[in-house]
Design a protein around this ligand. Structure first.
Ligand SMILES: Nc1nc2c(c(=O)[nH]1)N[C@H]1C(S)=C(S)[C@@H](COP(=O)(O)OP(=O)(O)OC[C@H]3O[C@@H](n4cnc5c(=O)[nH]c(N)nc54)[C@H](O)[C@@H]3O)O[C@H]1N2
Ligand SMILES: Nc1nc2c(c(=O)[nH]1)N[C@H]1C(S)=C(S)[C@@H](COP(=O)(O)OP(=O)(O)OC[C@H]3O[C@@H](n4cnc5c(=O)[nH]c(N)nc54)[C@H](O)[C@@H]3O)O[C@H]1N2
Ligand code: SF4
Ligand SMILES: [Mo]
Length: 800
């Protein structure tokens, strides 16, 4: 209920500024939003961070965009000549220009971009933006998927057939052991930090893999200080110890992974029934039955080995020579190959590659086994890597050994209120899906799901390869600061025929738009959220977030913009003729929760849904559900990867820009450069908020005291970070938990906080502080196109 005492209102809702979506109470006095407080009755409401508490400063910031603006002077002119226009004029103009581009070049030549929902309130509207893009006919959404969602949501689908750990989240409440890999929830997701503290209190174990002793690493039972980007070798090395010691769930591996399937040692492919018999199926595989002493057929359609009633007990180890139509071929079970693969990473070699000591490797393997169930999360530290795909698969393989997937205390798909899918998958014809940028070069990468990389977008604009991109529709996002190679980005965005950008602020990227649209903050707009993700309780909650205050100026929400634009584009039929409430009702229909019920209870409605565990073992018509992979099992070995020329078993690949892989560069750039998010700011945002900027006025780079000493650098000194791509400035911060040759920067600095006299920074100048200006797009992950923001080479030099 909205509680009123005189002129003070306390409005339940949630902070939408980052992925945490903390349950909150907005305090409104005399119509003015004055404070945001935690709402302990909300499943994500135990605490708020400083950013959430600064929400009123965001809402009332003097630099907020308040009216639609039209550029009147050419791009490249230092004065864009912004002119205020009406919403009608803006929307008509946008629709006309987008239609014209689609007519001349095809709808794929219009790219949509969006800020990540992890770092903004885009979570409110992303499903509608995706629906609009698909209804329009474009397969191209540029949204940092290659930098921040690939490993969690997509790469691990090649192992599990599902997004683990992105959607199968760690069940921190019941975990015996928590594994955080390149993830710092203290900064990134407050709800996970709170749940981790509670888990530690009740005795759960914690293992953290991070080059810095940051956040939870300070409380961890084991902190593994990995050399940036070498994480796959570490995962393979831990798996090796577990396998050698017998510390793995043998039954789980045999029953639920493709570990028993035989692989041919002559060509590395899985042995099929057709190899044994020319009339046999190429879609059935072969295992060796220990009980029967002969090969048995595995049929993915039924998930069963051998004939009905047989108990073949497929072997996980050994070498077997089978008579095939091509003659005798030696074969080994996939698990045996995997074990052999891991054997190439004995503790001494792991120490050499990763800088992690053998006793720590042993202790980690033991803890993962003895303290299971294991719940894990891996994020940015392992996403922005040239080996991001192999790292994600190697961690997934290690995790599989614990047998904790979808078990209580493991990684679990918490049940959400059922809702209608509205992202419009069916609106985009398969032929059009095949047009996504990057599909040809990286068919298994993000563009398979219509997420395209920034580099691909820049290339299509500037080189018209594989086809010209001429239009961009941006909902937030700050490509020129938040992505690599901002100079090329500037050139590309300047070369577009038409660019419309919707945002809270005029950021350096929006400055290149033809039309800029003002959006509301989450506190000025209603939104529907179904499921708060982090626990069974949180995921069962649906909430209609109320508007806290009226929109400033003429700001509209992203959702309103999408629905209005859809109607102008003649796509109203797919958008309930612009009626957002009707769309919400449609979305909610399967849940049994009505919009009226949500309106009545602004704190949200909990649906009675039951989280089910080990769903893979549930049987339908006698057939176990299994996993959504080609073999219906967890794919330790991926035939899909093999067919596309990638390693079928996860492998360690040295980072492409490292002292070992680029000794030519390492002479001039001897330090390994990584970076991390800022606790007080989201990505390239929030530097303008005085209460936050006062606490962290300057961009910083962390380096080891010995590296600083060697360069005559003291704490707080301004330094240049130099890479082969250029240089930027930051203040030195000494951190003795780093390896002496590792340094850690911050990205996202451009905005000033005029109220307290804190400066802004030129995003294209070597005297600026745009970290990503000095990261290149040339060395990338071959499967996903991920960019090495987290493992690069640099030199640090005093600035004066
Ligand atoms: N306060 C705040 N919260 C945020 C955001 C923000 O900008 N600020 N951004 C949101 C978004 S978009 C995202 S994607 C999430 C990300 O959330 P996280 O992934 O937790 O983000 P980081 O803290 O940058 O990275 C986690 C850790 O990775 C470590 N790391 C760096 N290099 C490596 C490496 O090579 N290997 C390993 N294992 N670790 C490495 C860093 O030292 C860091 O401590 O946070 C979201 N929440
Ligand atoms: N070096 C380095 N680079 C990185 C990262 C890193 O850790 N290190 N992280 C990467 C990751 S994980 C990500 S997700 C990307 C983030 O990159 P982006 O997704 O581009 O996010 P931001 O830089 O935060 O820019 C968000 C923009 O959206 C606007 N905005 C905020 N809320 C809303 C809203 O509700 N609606 C609209 N329309 N606009 C809004 C903000 O004002 C801002 O201008 O950066 C990536 N780049
Ligand atoms: S962690 Fe902070 S910014 Fe993120 S949702 Fe919670 S209060 Fe808001
Ligand atoms: Mo992100």
């Amino acid at each position: 209920m909205v509680a009123r005492t005189d002129s003070v209102q306390r409005i339940p809702g949630y902070c939408a500024m980052c992925v945490s979506r903390c349950g909150s109470i907005a305090v409104v006095e005399d119509g003015r939003f004055v404070a945001l407080e935690p709402d302990p009755s909300h499943p994500t409401g135990k605490a708020l961070c400083a950013k959430g508490r600064a929400a009123p400063e965001l809402v009332y910031h003097p630099d907020r965009l308040l009216y639609p603006l039209k550029r009147t002077r050419p791009k490249g002119d230092p004065n864009p000549g912004w002119e205020r226009i009406s919403w009608d004029e803006a929307l008509d103009l946008i629709a006309e220009r987008l239609r014209a581009i689609a007519q001349e070049y095809g709808p794929e030549s219009v790219v949509f971009s969006a800020a990540s929902p992890s770092t903004s309130a885009l979570d409110d509207s992303l499903v509608w933006i995706q629906r609009l893009m698909r209804a329009f006919g474009s397969p191209n959404l540029c949204m940092a998927m290659e930098l921040c969602g690939w490993g969690r949501f997509l790469a691990t689908q090649y192992t599990f057939g599902a997004p683990v750990p992105g959607a199968y989240l760690p069940d921190l409440e019941h975990a015996g052991c928590i594994l955080f890999w390149g993830y710092n929830p203290n900064v990134a997701r407050l709800t996970h930090a709170v749940a981790t503290t509670a888990a530690l209190k009740r005795g759960a174990r914690l293992i953290v893999v991070d080059p810095r002793r940051a956040g939870p690493a300070n409380k961890a039972d084991i902190w593994l200080r990995v050399r940036p980007g070498t994480d796959a070798a570490l995962a393979l090395g831990i798996a090796h110890v577990m396998i050698e010691r017998g510390w793995y769930d043998r039954d789980f591996i045999r029953d639920w992974t493709n570990g028993p399937l035989l692989a041919r040692t002559d060509n590395g492919r899985l042995l099929t029934q057709r190899d044994l018999d020319a009339q046999g199926s190429a879609d059935r595989y072969v295992a060796w039955s220990e009980a029967m002493g002969r090969p048995v057929i595995y049929d993915p359609a039924t998930g069963a080995y051998g004939a009905d009633g047989e108990q073949p007990e497929p072997a996980l180890t050994g070498a077997f020579t089978l008579e095939t139509v091509q003659g005798g071929v030696e074969c080994r079970p996939v698990f045996d190959l995997m074990a052999g693969h891991c054997r190439r990473y004995p503790p001494e070699r792991v120490e050499e590659i990763c800088g992690v000591a053998p006793d720590q490797l042993e202790a980690t393997a033991r803890m993962l086994w003895e303290s299971r169930p294991v719940a894990y999360y891996a994020w940015s530290g392992v996403e922005m890597q040239t080996g991001s795909t192999q790292i994600a698969r190697a961690i997934a393989q290690l995790y599989t050994l614990t047998g904790s997937l979808d078990a209580p205390g493991g990684n679990v798909l918490f049940a959400a209120p059922p809702s209608a899918d509205v992202v419009g998958g069916a609106l985009l014809a398969p032929a059009q899906r095949a047009h996504a940028l990057g599909v040809a070069e990286r068919p298994l990468g993000p563009s398979r799901w219509q997420y395209v990389t920034t580099d691909e977008v820049y290339r299509a604009i500037l080189e018209r390869r594989p086809y010209p991109v001429r239009g961009l529709v941006g909902f937030g996002s700050n490509l020129l600061v938040a992505r690599a190679d901002g100079r090329r980005g500037r050139e590309a965005l300047s070369a577009l025929d038409f660019y419309v950008h919707a945002d809270l602020f005029m950021n350096p990227t929006a400055e290149l738009a033809d039309i800029v649209l003002p959006v509301t903050t989450a506190f000025e707009s209603e939104a529907l959220k179904i499921g708060f993700e982090v626990s069974a309780e949180a995921q069962s909650l649906a909430q209609l977030r109320s508007r806290v205050v009226e929109p400033r100026g003429e700001a509209h929400s992203d959702t309103e913009i999408v629905f209005d634009l859809a109607c102008r584009l003649g796509l109203g039929a797919h958008f309930w003729d612009g009626d957002i409430e009707a769309a919400y009702r449609y979305r909610l229909q399967p849940s049994g929760v009505s919009l009226e019920a949500l309106r009545e209870r602004p704190g949200g409605v909990r649906a009675t849904v039951q989280t089910r565990y080990r769903k893979f073992a549930e049987r339908q018509d006698g057939i176990p559900r299994g996993f959504s992979t080609p073999t219906r099992k967890i794919e330790l070995y991926s035939q899909t990867m093999a067919q596309h020329g990638y390693p079928p078993l996860p492998e360690y690949e040295e980072p492409l820009v490292s002292p070992a892989s680029r000794p030519d560069l390492a002479e001039r750039f001897p330090l390994i450069l990584t970076c991390a998010k800022h606790a007080l700011y989201c990505e390239s945002q929030h530097r303008g908020l005085p209460s936050l900027r006062r606490l962290a006025p300057d961009p910083e780079v962390e380096l080891h005291p010995s590296a600083a000493d060697a360069r005559g650098i003291g704490p707080g000194d301004w330094v240049y970070i130099e890479t082969p791509g250029g240089s930027v400035r930051a203040r030195a911060k000494l951190n003795d938990t780093l390896e002496p040759d590792v340094v850690c920067g911050q990205h996202g600095w451009w905005q000033a906080s005029t109220a307290i006299g804190a400066p802004g920074y030129d995003p294209f100048s070597p005297d600026g502080a745009n970290f990503n200006l000095i990261i290149g797009n040339e060395a990338i992950d071959p499967v996903s196109g991920s960019v090495p923001h987290r493992a690069y080479l640099c030199q640090i030099r005093r600035a004066d």
